[in-house]
Design a protein around this ligand. Structure first.
Ligand code: PLP
Ligand code: COI
Length: 345
């Protein structure tokens, strides 16, 4: 049954937090997850010695729920978020939350907040943020013995101000992730170390940093919160790969590779040198992720050097536009979901 939506100005939402009705919570104690359930309490009361505060045992996910034209509520590929969080938890010596329980928890918490899922066509979505933290006490460097898994949801608008207006990036002098470190998992610690570079970039008038591989500073990796994509003059989609496994395996990017192939676009996944980008090999550039969707990039700066993407400089370029429309169409039901990516709540 369709619920009455909240009375919000959906079209003017930014990417911010707003409390909704309920969150999902489950606790791990004595070697097992409890049965979990919904809670209207949006705060946590923790020991000062909880592992999260000292050794940063924390990981999270991000996915979205959408209202389709015929009023259904759907999520996009929650099983892949469940799997990635499983891997993040294992890498941080945290007890993984079972994949099927994760998907069921997403279903419960989105269904219970149906009134907060923005209406079809509003441009807004319900952002779903699963997270896991160490709640047990630790003082020596060790994994904690108690954890909490939670899912909060909040309605959001575009991640980058200006929506589809091409953004400017700059090459960061800082590194995001060490080779063979934690760049390929969604650990909070990766984001803590990108905060200063991000704020420096904002203060200098850029939307985000583009990070190079920290081993050789030769290859393009990704930004603080999204993967990067390029398009060549002949319309090939080039997807940067890391030879040191330090790029987050974006679910949006993996989906776009398939979408592009379905559209007959040639896709090449390979390491991409920053020198190649500077040489003008690409006519379009974009960031992709759950929050970013596909955000067009107009320029990348490195000191005095400016790389401009001619086909997407003033407005989103044709390839990024087509990919964006197709992906968002699959997500909100306007385009056929050939690969069974859409999960009905
Ligand atoms: N890269 C980073 C560092 C991110 O934080 C995100 C966001 O989740 C992404 C890429 C995009 O991943 P996804 O498409 O799975 O949201
Ligand atoms: C997401 O896209 O879901 C993320 O977690 C990225 C974050 C920078 C908001």
């Amino acid at each position: 049954m369709a619920v009455e939506k909240k009375d919000l100005d959906w079209g003017s939402l930014d990417f911010g937090y707003r409390k909704t009705d309920v969150s999902y919570v489950s606790n791990w104690k004595d070697g097992a997850w409890d049965e979990g359930g919904l809670t209207a309490d949006h705060s946590l009361n923790l020991s000062e010695c909880a592992g999260i505060f000292h050794y940063c045992q924390a990981c999270f996910e991000g996915l979205k729920a959408y209202t389709t034209e015929d009023g259904k509520i759907v999520c996009f590929r929650p099983d892949l978020n469940a799997q990635r969080m499983y891997e993040s938890a294992e890498r941080l010596e945290m007890p993984p939350f079972p994949v099927d329980r994760f998907v069921d928890a997403v279903k419960q918490v989105v269904a219970a907040n149906a009134a907060w899922v923005p209406p079809f066509g509003s441009g807004a979505t319900l952002y779903v943020r699963p997270l896991m933290i160490a709640t047990g006490d630790v003082i020596g460097v060790a994994p904690a013995d108690e954890y909490q898994f939670r899912i909060l949801v909040t309605p959001v608008g575009p991640y980058f101000k200006g929506g589809l207006k091409p953004i400017k990036l700059r090459i960061s002098e800082y590194d995001r992730a060490a080779p063979h470190g934690t760049g390929n998992i969604k650990a909070g610690l990766n984001y803590a170390m990108s905060l200063k570079p991000t704020m420096d970039a904002h203060r200098a008038g850029f939307a985000e940093n583009l990070y190079l591989d920290s081993q050789s500073r030769t290859y393009v990796e990704e930004t603080g919160g999204a993967n990067v994509l390029f398009v060549t003059k002949d319309g090939t989609l080039v997807v940067p790969q890391s030879h040191t496994d330090s790029i987050l395996p974006s679910i949006t990017r993996r989906s776009l590779v398939q979408v592009a192939e379905d559209l007959g676009i040639t896709v090449v996944q390979r390491p991409v040198e920053w020198a190649e980008v500077k040489s003008g090999a690409f006519v379009e550039c974009g960031l992709c992720g759950t929050a970013a969707v596909i955000s067009p990039v107009g320029e990348i700066h490195e000191d005095e050097t400016v790389v401009s993407f001619p086909a997407g400089h003033d407005e989103i370029g044709p390839v990024m536009k087509k990919l964006r429309e197709t992906l968002t169409g699959i997500q909100d039901g306007a385009v056929e979901d050939k690969h069974n990516w859409v999960f009905e709540i």
